[in-house]
Design a protein around this ligand. Structure first.
Ligand code: CTP
Length: 410
């Protein structure tokens, strides 16, 4: 049996400390051995008993508990990942300056594994030059400091500084455990548009033609791009169950025509456009104003009209602008058939669509749609082909951004 990955979960003293319990749950339930190291202040928000019960390990805050074990050295040395949730302004400052006045900061100094800090604080504290400098110092040293989300803060105020969604933090933690270098800040200053989900084409006020896309792959692309420093607009069609990725502007759309408008608007100033959405190729020719009632007659057939191909339009718009360095990425879901296998169809689609990269998923038999994992290929317009092994959607997203990076910096 492979040993369970060892995670140290540091908890800072902020109101979001209660969400660390959800992160802890998410990690233990997916087979991680988690040691919780709260600060003294964190224990004023969540009791040690909660962390001990959920992790199955005793917790301590200082270096004078279990002294013969030298825990501040042992925990850091043995960890596969150190995660800090929430990272308060104070904790970021102490980590940036190498202080070691409690068990958590001591552990941060002895850890040689990836370190992920998920900040949560008021907007003013996040934007203060002192915090900006501390975050820059930590990132320059290789610590992954995630972008906080925007939204409701403690009390009635809203703004940037809210802790990223716990499920999102778990996803990023697992990505770093898989690949320590998965979240470089290589997309800073890059404007990215990602479309995600599946469009719905209404027949009447209650019925629609839709598809099975969950939007998870597009969300993973948006999330990882934002954490690599990109400015991301996510055009999202019917993905209501998914939490908005931290640091991403989300534009909700319904139909293919709405998605087309939103994508073109955002793409006008974008460096990279990724069309991960399942856009309906057809829509009902007529949309009934009122609900269609059943009658004794045979129902009328549903007439269909073609939707514009947004990806093809993006490629055509770029062609009109010869100086454009925009990178355009398409997706293809293929089953293969009597005329060719998945890759044959995908190569033909890449040539037909004219995009720079095509992410190919083999679908059917429970694969790709509504699942947590993906496998496939990445095809480049220059003839390059990479196999993407079965892994999380965040892992696949990482491969896509790596390939985009290679295209942008040949
Ligand atoms: N796409 C688009 N606009 C459409 C349809 C698809 O932009 N109206 C984009 C998707 O976002 C995806 C790629 O095109 O990036 C998928 O290509 P598509 O030809 O739609 O794939 P299939 O529907 O699988 O094509 P086919 O039915 O020919 O296999």
């Amino acid at each position: 049996m492979t040993p369970r990955p060892r995670v140290v979960l540091g908890v800072g003293g902020g109101i979001a400390a209660y969400k660390a319990c959800e992160v802890l749950r998410g990690l233990t339930e997916t087979g991680h051995d988690v040691r919780v190291v709260p600060t003294e202040a964190a224990l004023r928000f969540v009791g040690a008993a909660t962390f001990e019960a959920l992790s199955g390990h005793k917790v301590a805050t200082g270096v004078f508990t279990d002294v013969p074990e030298v825990p501040h050295v042992r925990l850091g040395q043995e960890a596969d990942l150190v995660l800090v949730v929430p990272a308060t302004a104070d904790l970021l400052a102490r980590a940036a300056h190498g202080l070691a006045d409690d068990l958590l900061t001591g552990t941060l100094l002895t850890a040689r594994c990836p370190v992920l800090m998920a900040p949560a604080m008021h907007t003013e504290m996040w934007e203060h030059p002192a915090t900006r400098a501390n975050v820059a110092t930590l990132r320059a040293r290789g610590t992954v400091v995630t972008e906080p989300a925007s939204g409701r803060l403690t009390g009635v105020d809203t703004g940037k500084g809210r802790l990223a969604d716990p499920a999102e933090i778990v996803d990023l933690a697992r990505l770093l455990l898989h690949r320590a270098d998965a979240l470089p800040r290589d997309l800073e200053g890059v404007r990215v548009v990602v479309s995600a989900g599946g469009t719905r084409e209404p027949l009447d006020p209650v019925r629609f033609l839709g598809n099975r896309s969950s939007g998870k792959q597009g969300y993973a692309l948006a999330r990882t791009a934002a954490q690599r420093g990109a400015e991301v607009t996510l055009v999202s069609a019917h993905t209501l169950a998914l939490p908005a990725p931290a640091g991403v502007e989300v534009v909700d759309v319904g139909t293919a025509l709405q998605l087309r408008d939103a994508v073109h608007k955002a793409a006008a100033t974008a460096d990279v456009v990724v069309m991960a959405a399942a856009v309906a190729d057809f829509r009902p020719a007529d949309r009934a104003e009122f609900k269609i009632k059943k009658t004794d007659r045979e129902p009328d057939p549903v007439g269909l009209t073609r939707n514009p191909d947004v990806l093809a339009e993006l490629v055509a718009a770029r062609r009109e602008n010869p100086g454009s360095t925009q990178v355009i990425v398409g997706f293809a879901a293929e089953t293969g058939d009597g005329r060719g296998d998945v890759l044959d169809h995908a190569r033909a689609k890449l040539a037909r669509k004219g995009c720079d990269l095509l992410v190919v998923n083999a679908v059917g038999a429970g694969r790709a749609f509504e699942t947590e994992d993906n496998a496939g290929w990445l095809l480049g317009a220059d003839g390059s082909e990479w196999r993407i092994e079965l892994g999380s959607k965040a892992q696949m997203a990482t491969e896509v951004w790596d390939a985009v990076g290679r295209l942008r910096r040949p």
